[in-house]
Ligand binder design. Structure first.
Ligand SMILES: [Zn+2]
Length: 1149
């Protein structure tokens, strides 16, 4: 290393940061990076790929229209930028800078390679023919380079179901005690995270033969889950109601009588009995709907206009207070609902909706007489299924091209391809609105939160191009002098290309000589298409040593496997299972590019009350164990031989993994420690001077005498009290401090829990959560039923793409700024999101607030920069850019919202709120905010002639149904069967979910399997989540990302039962099955392929639960029929919609 000879361009994040100061820079002249082989950018597992990128269509300009200044700015006009014009004080480019003459001569070396191969189609999929050798990464100034091999899709494989495992296990559901935490009498948990209690019987672990290893994989699963604790817990904002009154009430409007379902009556106790089927009534012609004529009252929208106005969603007529709609926005139908009784079907006796919503004392009070039967027809209210289906039909066929500012992407439930033409793919960033109010007042008036859900390392489908890796040479990425934003498509080059004006802060910065390029007649650099950072929304920069901790390039990370060997872990067969699995799994550690082997080193620890370290140095004949019994001051007893290369130490590791189960086979030790385990891993990584991940397999509450010792403080009596929040809070701050140390070292913790009773997930989850890790929970783990799920999760977790020592900063253009963050991370200041590890499944949700006015002309910009260490130890920056529109009309805001993203944000906001506020307060605040959002729309954007009607913005017509699902979720309204650990677990999971995951988690997918076409690859069309949609003669599948239920009606044909379950009658179906039997008939194959397809789409292996109609387990299943009233008192969709209408009317009056 030599001392940096160049002027320092500033720390990566623009402000002094410990650990990033005073960096030295090595002579960077082409030496290879430590731990980073020359070929680290090749496609994974493949030959040297060709990295040409097709040329964008002629005449297409990704940044067209933004910034609005299309032509080069003259020197004179530049000087008018005085306050920001720092760049003008600098000397003009000197040696090395090409002359600022016009013309398109390429400086030598700048055209050596272009990833935009001419003559190819569109931007995006690289042609696989004509492979081109990519230049070495260390070669400076070479534009483009090659795609970063991000995704490891091709290596991720899922376990198939066990061959023919038709296990007839006895169902012990009947004997369970609700609420018991005793291991011998587990509660009837089974809601997703909780598991169906164990079936008694002998458990044997016989090793790898128990499962089918590494069967063919499914598609790339979406993001995963993790844990969440708040960085800050601001109170719910005090929401103010617009005081402006409606011009007039519609004469015909009368408040709805109680009989419509909004009256002050209360719920009768829920019996769980199915609703009476809807009485067949005349079709609803929408007779009283005020909207445009529509034959489908439950979905009155016409298909969005084809994409000349890309992303424009239809909305209701804009004839409200703002006058006639602008000509570019044709009048759109909206959902409207009247409460006068002429709308909706006559229905059978229905529980009425409680007056004091929800959590009110009368909630769930004894039943009154059956209320009058007039009700809304569920078919007439907005249907999630219809909205999803319409979006698929309208937007699923065309690629989503990101070249236009402010486009609303297709829904997450739509399959679509993305072509990056200057904005980040929605797979990386989704926003609550793509057209944001120009002023803070407008934003407050609407109450629509402005937030982006960012998944920086998202996995892309194979058809899409991975981000290119750009090397700007030894001076590092080109950045704005002032705000330190990275070079991106929205920077404006001026003065013939010698300077650029920052699109975020307007500061003018000199173009470094080596980066100079001439401009064409439109003011665009002539190398525009050769440089990803000028033409694409997402790309990566190779980071220099300036971006590294302690002024050193990082070492490759390490994985440390830490296995609980206490009595429960051994007895259940878990220890043996893990050891057997690791023998093969270690060959699948993440690799980079076409590296032959992973650079990741591994280490092993076992523990109960004491810790056992293992020396697995390759020169040893046998592994050596070192015991540390003083857990109060943890240290690592060996350095050499603890972290090893898998291939070099293969024999010793295999021997160790064979011996561990034997060594502890007769253990009587039941107590465990926990914090010292993390400390040991942390110390080991510190000693090795590297980042890494701890995989901890843990079974019980750590009650042994040691730092971080916990006590059982579970108390369900706290539910619905002001102290309920303590159930979500850690019981000691010890783990917060430990997490902070872990983040500083880049020590990420993934925690696999196998509890038989309460183990305080809220506390144990603190370190995984704050280090960017994941928690997996297998309650009442049983080898037969749970091993496939666990092994699939473990395998995916070990293999998945992950970055270490990550710091994320979101920059914004003037006028808005990132103010709040949600996710699994740690923050030591107000702007930098720090994660010891960040994997491909984790999302960070960022909220923005105004600090100035925005302009419709220039719009608003986001730039997310993630600095991280790759699995090979290379330091990189991943950049995502997104441009949004700005509006002065509220109607434009409401037309460009994305409800799924809005729900993702609201759920995370609420789930953080429960840490500091009573749950009821949180629920009420959610309802209030959404009522205000809809009331503002109603008041400002909808026709004033329909005051008595519920009018929902087209883009938000599902807001009530989805919001109700969030309100009824186990965190905010737990049922009696949900444990404290379940709630803490779910709370943390949701906080890192992406939009697709929250969508299916809150509104599960329900598929009629008996309607599936056995000759087609497609899924059967989904139906709405309500019991009345189920037929006794059919079989259904319901999935929510954590569970798959297979529900079998009592009248299902015997032949179908035989084909699917291999038994001859309904009564013989075992609901202890954890997989479907493998039977050779089309129906069995079809159903199993549907299950496999769904498993492949999720980041966790879902638990399969067989539910027979009228069986006890059906109670669990019904919990997920989210349009119905829930056992825990959650409102039905119809009732909630009426309630929202009432709230909105109150706000408007
Ligand atoms: Zn700037």
């Amino acid at each position: 290393m030599s001392v940096n000879q160049q002027a320092h361009t500033g720390p990566p994040y623009g402000q002094p940061q410990p650990g990033y100061q005073g960096f030295q820079q090595p002579a960077y002249g082409g030496q290879s990076l430590p731990g980073a082989p020359q070929s680290q950018y090749g496609a994974y597992n493949g030959p040297v790929p060709g990295y040409q990128q097709p040329v964008p269509p002629q005449g297409y300009f990704p940044s067209l229209g933004f910034p609005s200044k299309g032509s080069p700015v003259s020197l004179n006009s530049d000087t008018s930028l005085a306050p920001n014009f720092i760049g003008s004080l600098r000397a003009p480019p000197t040696s090395g800078a090409p002359p600022p003459a016009s013309g398109a001569s390429h400086p030598s070396g700048h055209v050596a390679y272009s990833q935009f191969e001419h003559g190819d189609v569109q931007n995006g999929i690289p042609a696989s023919a004509a492979p081109m050798q990519r230049p070495p990464a260390s070669q400076p100034f070479l534009p483009g380079s090659a795609p970063t091999p991000v995704s490891q899709i091709s290596t991720f494989q899922q376990y198939g179901p066990p061959p023919g495992s038709v296990q007839q296990l006895r169902n012990h559901m009947a004997g369970m005690t609700i609420g018991s935490t005793a291991a011998s009498a587990p509660p009837p948990a089974g809601l997703g995270y909780a598991s169906v209690p164990p079936v008694s019987g002998s458990v044997s672990a016989t090793g790898s033969g128990l499962y089918t290893p590494y069967s063919a994989s499914q598609g790339p699963p979406p993001p995963s889950v993790s844990q969440a604790l708040p960085v800050a817990q601001p109170p719910f904002p005090g929401q103010t109601i617009p005081t402006q009154r409606l011009p007039a009430q519609v004469p015909g409007f009368t408040p709805p009588p109680p009989s419509t379902g909004v009256g002050p009556s209360s719920y009768p106790p829920t019996t769980g009995a199915p609703r009476p089927p809807a009485m067949p009534g005349p079709p609803l012609p929408g007779q009283t709907l005020a909207g445009p004529p529509s034959s489908q009252p439950n979905h009155v929208s016409s298909p969005p206009p084809p994409s000349t106005m890309a992303g424009l969603h239809p909305g209701p007529p804009m004839s409200g207070l703002h006058g006639p709609p602008p000509p570019t926005h044709p009048p759109q139908p909206g959902y409207q609902m009247q409460q006068n009784g002429s709308f909706g079907q006559m229905r059978g006796p229905q529980p009425n909706y409680g007056g004091a919503y929800p959590g009110a004392p009368n909630y769930g009070s004894p039943p009154g007489p059956p209320p009058p039967p007039k009700r809304l027809d569920p078919d007439s209210i907005p249907s999630p299924i219809q909205v999803i289906e319409d979006d698929r039909n309208n937007r699923g066929s065309e690629p989503f091209v990101t070249g236009v500012r402010g486009q609303v992407p297709p829904l997450v439930t739509t399959n679509f391809l993305v072509k990056d033409q200057g904005n980040a793919s929605p797979r990386y960033i989704r926003c609550t609105s793509y057209n944001i109010p120009c002023t803070s007042d407008m934003a407050k008036q609407s109450q629509v939160p402005l937030a982006a859900v960012i998944k920086p390392l998202a996995t892309l489908p194979p058809e899409e191009t991975l981000p290119y890796l750009v090397d700007h040479g030894e001076s590092g990425p080109v950045r704005c002098n002032r705000c330190k934003a990275y070079m991106c498509p929205f920077m404006q080059f001026i003065e013939g290309g010698r300077r650029f004006q920052c699109c975020f802060c307007s500061c003018v910065t000199e173009v470094p000589p080596h980066y100079f390029q001439h401009l064409d007649h439109t003011g665009k650099r002539v190398d525009f298409y050769d440089r990803p950072e000028l033409s694409l929304g997402s790309y990566e920069f190779l980071a220099t040593v300036d971006y590294c901790k302690n002024n050193k390039f990082p070492s490759p990370p390490a994985f440390i496997f830490m296995i609980d060997v206490s009595y429960n872990a051994v007895k259940s067969g878990l220890v043996r299972l893990i050891c057997e699995e690791l023998k093969s799994l270690l060959d699948y550690l993440p690799r980079e590019g076409n590296m032959e082997e992973s650079a990741i080193r591994v280490g092993f620890v076992t523990y109960n009350k004491v810790l056992h370290f293992y020396n697995v140095k390759s020169s040893l004949a046998q592994p050596q164990m070192m015991v540390v019994s003083d857990v109060a001051d943890m240290f690592v007893p060996l350095l050499d031989g603890f972290l090893v290369n898998v291939n070099e130490s293969r024999t010793v590791i295999a021997s160790l993994l064979d011996q561990i189960p034997e060594m502890f086979a007769d253990t009587r030790e039941t107590e465990t420690v926990f914090a010292p385990v993390i400390q040991a891993g942390l110390e080991a990584l510190k000693a090795a001077e590297c980042a890494g991940k701890l995989f901890i397999f843990h079974t019980s509450l750590p009650v042994a005498e040691a730092p971080g010792k916990l006590k059982n403080r579970d108390d369900r009596k706290l539910i619905n009290t002001d102290k309920e929040k303590t159930l979500f809070q850690p019981q000691t701050s010890f783990y917060n401090n430990l997490a902070k140390d872990c983040v500083a070292q880049g020590c990420c913790v993934d925690l696999f829990l196998f509890p038989n009773q309460y183990l305080d997930v809220a506390t144990l989850g603190v370190v995984p959560y704050q280090t960017g890790g994941s928690i997996y929970k297998y309650a009442y783990f049983q080898l037969e039923t749970d091993q496939y799920r666990f092994l699939n999760d473990l395998r995916r977790d070990v293999q998945k793409e992950v970055g270490f020592d990550a710091v994320m900063r979101v920059r914004t253009s003037t006028g808005i700024r990132a103010t709040d963050f949600f996710g699994a991370f740690y923050m030591s200041n107000t702007t930098d999101v720090e994660m010891a590890g960040l994997d491909c499944d984790k999302t960070i949700t960022v909220e923005f607030k105004h600090d100035d006015k925005l302009s419709e002309d220039s719009g608003a910009l986001l730039q997310c920069a993630l600095l991280y260490t790759s699995c090979a130890g290379q330091r990189r920056l991943r950049i995502h850019n997104l441009s949004l529109n700005c509006c002065t009309q509220l109607a434009d805001l409401y037309r460009n919202c994305e409800t799924d993203t809005l729900i993702n944000y609201l759920a995370k906001y609420a789930y953080r709120g429960v840490l500091s506020s009573p749950v009821k307060t949180v629920r009420d605040a959610l309802i209030n905010q959404c009522a205000q959002i809809l009331a503002c729309y109603r008041k400002n954007c909808a026709s004033p002639s329909s005051a008595g009607q519920l009018i929902l913005p087209e883009c938000m017509k599902l807001l009530p149904v989805y919001l109700n699902c969030v309100l009824k979720s186990d965190v905010l309204q737990p049922g009696p069967e949900v444990t404290t650990d379940d709630r803490a677990y779910i709370r943390q999971l949701v906080t890192s979910m992406d939009v697709a995951e929250t969508n299916v988690f809150f509104y599960p997918r329900l598929l009629p399997l008996t309607k599936a076409d056995v000759d087609s690859d497609s899924l059967p069309a989904a139906i709405r989540n309500s019991e009345e949609r189920l037929s006794k003669g059919d079989i259904y599948l319901l999935e929510n990302g954590l569970n798959i239920f297979v529900w079998v009606g009592v009248n299902v044909q015997q032949s179908l039962i035989q084909n699917l379950f291999g038994v001859s009658s309904f009564s013989q179906i075992s609901n202890a099955l954890s997989t479907l039997p493998v039977l050779e008939n089309p129906f069995s194959k079809k159903v199993r392929s549907v299950v496999d397809m769904l498993q492949g789409q999720r980041s966790r292996y879902m638990k399969l639960i067989i539910v027979k109609q009228e069986d006890k387990l059906e109670m669990l299943f019904r919990h997920f029929l989210v349009e119905d009233k829930s056992l825990s008192g959650g409102a039905s969709y119809v009732d909630f919609l009426c309630h929202m209408h009432k709230e909105i009317r109150q706000l408007l009056s």
